[in-house]
Design a protein around this ligand. Structure first.
Ligand code: 5AD
Ligand code: SF4
Length: 465
């Protein structure tokens, strides 16, 4: 007897925040697929809606509650039709404010923290049976990865793979150690198996993810502990995998073995996101970052020595409590000294429960705004100059699909710049040598030098810079 086919149910997932959250959203959809949930484009009429939240910057909970307000109507409409919409809040806001969510929005069925996604099917079953809420915000990280099914949906030529979660650094301004818990690294064998599966599904580039990814210390074979450098060397040997990246790193964990990996592994792309947050030693100390501005400069030098075409990206915070004009000038100086190909910058915003939120000497908004604008103007100039410096260069581009206009293919440069070329979307998955013929503030126009796939082994990926 064939088992009855579960009826197709519609699942809508809305994701805020970082790549980790995007990855988590795909994994939640994967664990629900066996229950008959298929992705929906809109929440209207959906059988389940998941809001995957991010707590890292301002107004996270306001955004959540206004979205919940809108969904309440959709849920009531579904119920008026005799149906049921299961409403779940996931991610870091769920972790931090679980009780407040169910108090302010009692129509929410499920609140679950980032470590509980593998239990979603059970929670959905409980929620569809029972009245009341199901809340799960404990921190059993080790279990989470073991119980998630093998990623089902192919991610395309560029795939993301979470290898590490959580953070023990406790930067003064940051909620991550409270919402994502202690550092945990997945065993190397599990990471390698998932990477091989992603490549078999068509990935040519894999970005390893973690809140503090270069603190990776996973179990290797025979009781050894592998650092990120070791893991990257093993990953580079996977046939068919052309490119590797990792994000986000902490300067303190940039050890010599990892820096050497940049010299040794051609597939490791010459672009690194390495947040520094400030260029002032006094502010770095107040932030509990554990390094000075000059130590960051030296790490940048060592990286460029190992891989001369390496470009850096970073994060900056303008107006941390106690930051003076001189400190701000130190940040601008560090930006000028190091030079960034791109960067993110934020106005300091107090996150409840973090040490900086309760610190004296909070800066006026207008002052934080002015400093942020100065930082952003400088970073914008640097990004445009970096893009212009690519004009006429030849390097390999990984094509990912259709461009914005008909007859255009889109892809990524080794420095993660969006690239477009005349060509078919069917080039997706190919790594092709290209020449830059136009540069823009946020992208590059290229000419494909040969229409044939290089089919290159990883070592053929090289830049002419
Ligand atoms: N205020 C401003 N920016 C912040 N970030 C994290 N917490 C805060 C905060 N309270 C920024 C940091 C971090 C990035 C992901 O978000 O720069 O690197
Ligand atoms: Fe937050 Fe600092 Fe950890 Fe990064 S290193 S996640 S900023 S606490």
């Amino acid at each position: 007897m064939t088992p009855p086919v579960p009826p197709r149910k519609r699942l809508f997932v809305k994701t805020w925040g970082c790549q980790m959250n995007v990855y988590d959203s795909t994994r939640m959809a994967d664990v629900l697929a066996p229950l008959g949930y298929a992705p929906a484009e809109t929440p209207d009429g959906a059988d389940m809606v998941i809001l995957n939240t991010c707590h890292i910057r301002e107004k996270a909970s306001e955004k959540l509650f206004s979205e919940l307000g809108r969904l309440r109507g959709a849920k009531q409409a579904k119920e008026a039709d005799g149906g049921r919409m299961v409403l779940a809040v996931a991610g870091c806001v769920a972790q931090a404010e679980g009780a407040e969510i169910t108090a302010r929005a009692p129509y929410v069925d499920i609140v679950l923290g980032p470590q509980s996604y593998h239990r979603l099917p059970e929670m959905v079953a409980r929620a569809t049976r029972a009245a009341g809420h199901v809340i799960e915000t404990e921190f059993p990280t080790e279990e989470k990865f073991d119980h998630l099914p093998d990623a089902a949906a192919p991610q395309g030529p560029i795939a993301f793979l979470t290898i590490q979660e959580g953070c023990d650094k406790f930067c003064s301004f940051c909620v991550v150690p409270y919402t994502r818990g202690a550092e945990y690294s997945r065993p190397a064998a599990a990471v390698l198996a998932e990477a091989r599966r992603l490549v078999a599904q068509g990935a040519r580039e894999i970005a390893l993810l973690g809140q503090n990814v270069n603190a990776y210390h996973g179990d290797g074979p025979g009781g050894a502990t592998w650092g990120l450098g070791r893991l990257l060397r093993e990953m580079a040997d996977i046939p068919g995998l052309a490119r590797l990246r990792y994000t986000t790193s902490h300067p303190r964990d940039m050890d010599d073995d990892l820096i050497a990996a940049h010299a040794e592994i051609p597939a490791l792309m010459p672009f690194l996101h390495l947040p520094v947050q400030s260029g002032s030693d006094k502010v770095l100390k107040a932030m509990n970052r554990g390094h000075t501005a000059d130590e960051y400069r030296r790490i940048a030098e060592k990286l460029r020595h190992a891989r001369p075409d390496l470009a850096l990206s970073s994060d900056f915070i303008a107006g941390h409590p106690g930051e003076t004009e001189a400190d701000h000038q130190d940040t601008l100086r560090l930006i000028r000294d190091v030079g960034f190909a791109q960067a993110f910058s934020f106005k300091y915003s107090p996150r409840p429960g973090t040490p900086a939120a309760g610190a004296p000497l909070q800066l006026p908004e207008a002052e934080k705004d002015r400093r942020l604008q100065e930082i952003q103007a400088l970073l914008r100039d640097q990004q445009e100059a970096f893009n212009r410096s690519r004009l006429g260069l030849r390097f390999d581009v990984l094509f990912t699909g259709a461009g914005r206009h008909p007859g255009q293919a889109a892809g990524r440069s080794p420095w993660l710049q969006p690239v477009h070329a005349e060509g078919s979307p069917e080039l997706a998955g190919q790594v092709l040598p290209c020449e830059v013929i136009a540069t823009h503030p946020n992208s590059l126009g290229v000419r494909i030098l040969t229409a044939e796939s290089t089919g290159d082994p990883p070592s053929q990926e090289k830049a002419a810079a």
